[in-house]
Design a protein around this ligand. Structure first.
Ligand code: ZN
Length: 130
């Protein structure tokens, strides 16, 4: 199994973050098409501009998986979590959410922390999304 990466664009000047969605979403799956199916289940959508959901000047919020599947969730080639030095630009205050095939999730913050629940992420980092 591999991890497929879905990147969020802040179309219309807003981000979306919740138990399932963050700055980036990684989905562990047997294939890219299985990862896309799971993505659609958790609220990721494609062609947002064409369907009128997203701002046409900003572009679509979500895209098909970025690159091939990876052995582990990474950010610019570095495995999560990143130290602050490895991540000077942060994640815009959002978590990176990793969905494992067994149904568990992990939430990585931009300062090298990671959490087993969204509530735990919020208790340390505040409520994301704006
Ligand atoms: Zn726009």
């Amino acid at each position: 199994m591999l991890f497929y990466e879905f990147d969020q664009n802040n179309t219309g000047g807003t981000w979306v973050a919740d138990e399932d969605l963050g700055y980036k979403v990684f989905i562990e799956a047997d294939s890219e098409s299985a990862a896309v199916d799971k993505a659609l289940d958790i609220g990721i959508y494609f062609d947002g501009c064409r369907t009128g959901n997203d701002c046409p000047c900003c572009g679509d919020r979500w895209y098909e998986p970025y690159g091939a599947g990876k052995e582990a969730p990474t950010y610019y080639g570095k495995p999560l979590p990143l130290t602050e030095a490895e991540n000077p630009f942060g994640f815009w205050g959002l978590p990176i959410v990793v969905h494992y095939a067994d149904g568990t999730r992990k939430y990585y913050d931009e300062d090298g922390g990671w959490f087993d629940t969204f509530e735990a992420y919020v208790s340390v980092n505040g409520k994301p999304g704006r």
